[in-house]
Design a protein around this ligand. Structure first.
Ligand code: ATP
Length: 509
């Protein structure tokens, strides 16, 4: 089975070859960490958005959706803390001239130690067989304990340094851990500096500081500043949520790993407004709900895990990530944050406008607390695509690449294929297209042998191929071929729409 780097390379190549993702401005050699979605990618992305939107806005009576502008008043970002604190610590290697996130270098080092522990455990599990007690082994094995102690010590020091913004100590820690640059292999590091991730630009024709505005680095603030507008006009009662899907921009220091870390990306966020004091219970609720959502995409549960944050962002009193096993390891896919009243209280202070909610049940006014779920659309796309990508050897020895996408997410739901380009088969196939196209995203294809057309549809994850042959002309039946099993059955043309719609329904997952 393909894994790791090899799998990742194949996925990137496949995404390009089949019109899912192109490098932005490719004819000019691309723009770093910016990507375009092609015809199939755009459709898959829209389907993921649609599913998320429905899961939030349609399936919950107390959640509504909005679409706020990318540009916002610059004071929004002062109030939110982004102007002062939306930084990453960066460090350069003087020999390779490569730039790194200092925190990531340290986290990678800790991950290597974790890996060593994992290997010890694996070895012991093999040695002891059924009688292996992993918990006991982890608590008593000297090598495991020594590595665990190292990890704990690094984490404590690292978190303290980040908390105090002690950049000198972060550098000292990198030196003490003897972390080398993966490119040059040297330990010749610059000092650590803070780097603000927001892109800025000028609004209007004057280039004065007063006109400096930012491209939003998260969609959440558009929700915060509108929360009372929505609450009042929608007559919403706490607890309620506001959802939004939209572009966000971050000048990432190291932008690698394809659409995992981009400088322009899309977020799907939901801010849930609750009574102060009830945030913990809602935080737990949304953690579970969101995990269920991920599993509902047909991806096995063991590929996801929670990661509770050691160091909380300036606005949070609890935070966890849902991580996914990407081809390059477990990485953050979604964040669930209990943001307290940090944002609303700050906007109240900076704007001088009251942002309180009057609670008719308790007869009190207060600034609500917020629990947010914040997921990257592009990362979800990558998770779905990397799980779906399969290379298979068939019974006759031939190979196929197939995307086992959940049918509801597939870019094309059904391909309409006349067996031959003659004898009236194309006309009959067009008849079927006309019956389906208003309700289903279909593609018509008549070029090449039927086998090759099936392969092309497999490669973009089309769940059903409908073939029109000579028998169709006699009895109006067509064959319907299922992507994963490749099984075919004959059904009447009049039933095709109903059958496909039922099989691709959200309820089927
Ligand atoms: P990371 O630690 O990976 O930089 P983050 O913790 O800064 O991510 P959040 O601010 O919590 O991310 O943003 C919410 C979600 O937005 C993330 O879980 C991720 O899916 C997505 N996201 C954040 N930054 C990027 C990016 N540069 N490219 C693509 N998606 C991103």
């Amino acid at each position: 089975m393909l894994k790791g780097e090899d799998l990742f390379k194949k996925i990137i190549a496949h995404a390009k070859e089949y019109g899912f993702i192109f490098q932005s401005s490719e004819i000019y050699d691309g723009l770093s960490a910016v990507y375009d979605y092609g015809q199939n990618g755009c459709a898959l992305k829209n389907n993921i958005k649609d599913y998320w939107w429905k899961s939030m806005v349609q399936y919950h009576e107390n959640i509504v959706g909005i679409d706020s502008a990318i540009f916002m008043h610059p004071t929004v970002w002062k109030a939110s803390g982004h102007v002062d604190a939306f930084n990453d610590p960066l460090i350069d290697n003087k020999d390779s001239k490569k730039r790194y996130r200092a925190d990531v270098l340290i986290e990678d080092h800790m991950a290597k130690l974790e890996e060593k522990i994992g290997k010890e455990v694996e070895k012991a599990a093999k040695r002891f067989g059924d009688s292996f007690d992993e918990k006991m082994f982890r608590e008593t094995n000297p090598r495991v304990l020594a590595n665990q102690e190292k990890i704990d010590a690094i984490r404590t020091r690292f978190v303290a340094a980040l908390d105090k913004n002690d950049l000198k100590d972060i550098k000292t820690l990198i030196e003490e851990l003897e972390i080398t640059c993966p490119i040059s292999g040297s330990r010749n590091w610059t000092d650590v500096r803070q780097f603000n991730l927001m892109f800025s630009t000028q609004m209007g024709s004057l280039s004065e500081d007063a006109n400096l505005i930012y491209l939003r680095p998260e969609t959440a603030q558009g929700i915060f500043v509108n929360y009372l507008n929505v609450q009042k006009t929608g007559r919403m009662k706490i607890p309620f949520g506001i959802a939004q899907i939209g572009k966000a921009f971050r000048n990432e220091i190291v932008a690698r790993q394809f659409v995992f870390r981009m400088r322009e990306f899309e977020q799907m966020e939901m801010q849930f407004f609750v009574r102060p004091g009830e945030e913990k219970q809602w935080y737990d609720f949304w953690k579970e709900e969101r995990m269920k959502w991920h599993k509902s995409l047909g991806i096995p549960g063991e590929l996801f895990r929670f990661h509770d944050h050691d160091k909380l962002a300036h606005y949070a009193n609890a935070a966890a990530d849902i991580e996914f096993m990407f081809p390059f390891g477990y990485k953050e896919l979604e964040g669930i944050h209990s943001r307290t009243d940090f944002d609303l209280a700050a906007h109240q202070k900076f704007s001088g406008k009251k942002l309180q909610y009057f609670d008719p049940e308790t007869n009190e006014s207060y600034v609500p607390y917020v629990v947010e779920t914040s997921i990257g659309l592009d990362r979800t796309f990558l998770a779905v695509l990397s799980h779906a990508y399969k290379e298979e050897t068939l019974e006759d020895g031939s190979q196929r690449v197939v995307l086992n996408l959940p049918p509801m997410l597939a870019p094309v739901k059904a391909a309409v294929l006349p067996l031959m380009k003659k004898d009236g088969l194309p006309e009959k196939a067009r008849e079927l297209m006309d019956k389906l196209k208003y309700d289903l995203m279909c593609r018509y294809e008549e070029k090449d042998a039927i086998g090759r057309r099936y392969r092309r549809q497999d490669a973009i994850g089309t769940p059903y191929c409908l073939t029109i042959d000579h028998q169709t002309l006699e009895d109006n039946t067509v064959t319907i071929r299922e992507r994963d099993t490749m099984k075919q059955e004959r059904i009447h043309m009049d039933n095709v729409k109903q059958v496909v719609l039922e099989r691709i329904s959200y309820r089927k997952g």
